[in-house]
Design a protein around this ligand. Structure first.
Ligand SMILES: [Zn+2]
Length: 168
């Protein structure tokens, strides 16, 4: 886009932390687009350096080596650039490691609506129930679903296949 309006070009973006938080919170997860980064609970810190005009965003990747991590970084960068924030700096915080416990209750509901079983407890790492009919009678089909972060299951009650977001 060519912008010939000089007043716009000369505008220094306001580093509004609330607006930045809002922008980041609404970035979708590249693998499960119904979930936002906020639902996943992976945004650890947002800080602004008013003098340098830069924003530093600290994220915890959902899964070490997960291909989605680089996609998430790019989406966060792009979202900030699109909103006119010129210097996004992305950092990763690996400790403590993300766990499915960090997914917000709202995120769990969205996952289930999307047909992905909500995470069970950390101990067994098994789905709580079939997202389609709620049955807890299922069998594993493959430990690797459409991505390395998901396993594929089949419900023994409604016979529907479903994915489980394991990610740890
Ligand atoms: Zn079912």
């Amino acid at each position: 886009m060519v912008d010939t309006d000089m007043t716009k070009i000369q505008l220094t973006p306001m580093l509004d932390i609330d607006e930045i938080t809002e922008i980041l919170a609404n970035v979708p997860d590249p693998e499960v687009p119904v979930l936002t980064l906020n639902d996943l609970g992976i945004i650890r810190d947002i800080s602004v350096d008013k003098q340098a005009g830069s924003i530093t965003v600290t994220l915890t990747p959902t899964y070490i080596g997960c291909p989605a991590t680089s996609a998430i970084r790019k989406m966060v960068s792009d979202a900030l650039l699109d909103a006119g924030y010129p210097k996004p700096i992305l950092k990763e915080q690996l400790v403590p490691a993300w766990s499915t416990d960090w997914i917000t209750p709202e995120g769990i509901v969205k996952l289930e609506d999307y047909g992905i079983a909500p995470p069970g407890s950390d101990d067994d790492n098994e789905p709580k129930r079939c997202p389609h009919c709620g049955s807890d009678s299922y069998q594993v089909v493959s430990h690797f679903g459409s991505t390395a972060c998901k396993s594929l299951y089949k419900c023994l009650e409604c016979k529907e296949p479903f994915e489980y977001f394991k990610c740890h």
